[in-house]
Write a protein that binds this ligand. Structure first.
Ligand code: 13P
Length: 248
């Protein structure tokens, strides 16, 4: 049985004050939560979150990493640095990084490798744009994004990977995929993994992301192949985020 995982992606939204109250708010409601809960903070706030979550069940993640271990890469952050601040997870392949920063599926696969090599668990994001969905290419796009990782790392690497299906048209738009639309892609992803390993397919968590909120989380998470959520906007309010965490 796969455990429900709820991860918050704060994106570029934080201040010392907001982080303090958000984390304290989440911690105050964690005793009723049975899901695994992760918050993915912007780099400058990893240390602050690390201090606030000591001795709690809340887990920490980053939102990006560089593929290199160290060296002359001005402005970049390595997997080891992320680990140094107590994070266990890192988002790779978010659609905002694919579209705004030109990250190809090959680069995303290399980042996935860098994360795993350092002992971090990647939250590997995949998903189609509206144009790709409307032209019937959803499955082809998601397959290409996943196959890039499978061909670089092999199927067994998915033992240490969390997948997040995030249709680009649902991110930050309020247009959530219906449970049927999401479940259908999640099942496709699981079958794609099963083509290489039934064991890995059954074990790998596949989260849904894209305008998930307190009102729609339970219906989505109750689908057979939806194992939790990757939450943007609703992860910035402790009460909303906790309600999603309790929906699992
Ligand atoms: P929203 O929940 O704001 O749509 O964002 C989803 C997302 O991109 C999480 O990574």
């Amino acid at each position: 049985m796969r455990k429900t995982i709820v991860a918050g992606n704060w994106k570029m939204n934080a201040s010392k004050e907001s982080v303090n109250s958000l984390i304290k708010g989440i911690l105050s409601g964690m005793s009723d939560v049975s899901s695994d809960v992760i918050v993915c903070a912007p780099f400058p706030y990893l240390s602050q979150v690390e201090s606030l979550i000591i001795n709690s069940d809340l887990m920490l993640g980053a939102q990006n990493l560089n593929v290199n271990l160290k060296g002359a890469f001005t402005g970049e952050v390595s997997a080891d640095m992320i680990k140094d601040f107590g994070a266990q997870h890192v988002i790779v392949g978010h659609s905002e990084r694919r579209s705004l920063y030109g990250e190809t599926s090959t680069v995303v696969a290399e980042k996935t490798k860098a994360a795993i090599d350092a002992g971090l668990t990647p939250l590997l994001c995949v998903g189609e744009s509206l144009e790709e969905r409307e032209s019937g290419r959803t499955e082809a796009v998601v397959a290409e994004q996943l196959n890039a990782v499978i061909s670089l790392l092999g199927i067994d690497a998915f033992d240490g990977i969390i997948i997040a299906y995030e249709p680009v048209w649902a991110i930050g738009t309020g247009l959530t995929a219906s449970p049927e639309q999401a479940q259908s892609v999640h099942l496709f992803i699981r079958k794609l993994l099963a083509d290489s390993s039934e064991r890995v397919a059954q074990k790998t968590p596949i989260l849904y992301g894209g305008s998930m909120n307190a009102g729609n989380a339970a219906d989505l998470i109750s689908c057979a192949d939806i194992d939790g959520g990757l939450i943007g906007g609703a992860a910035l309010k402790a009460d909303d985020f906790l309600q999603i965490c309790k929906a699992g």
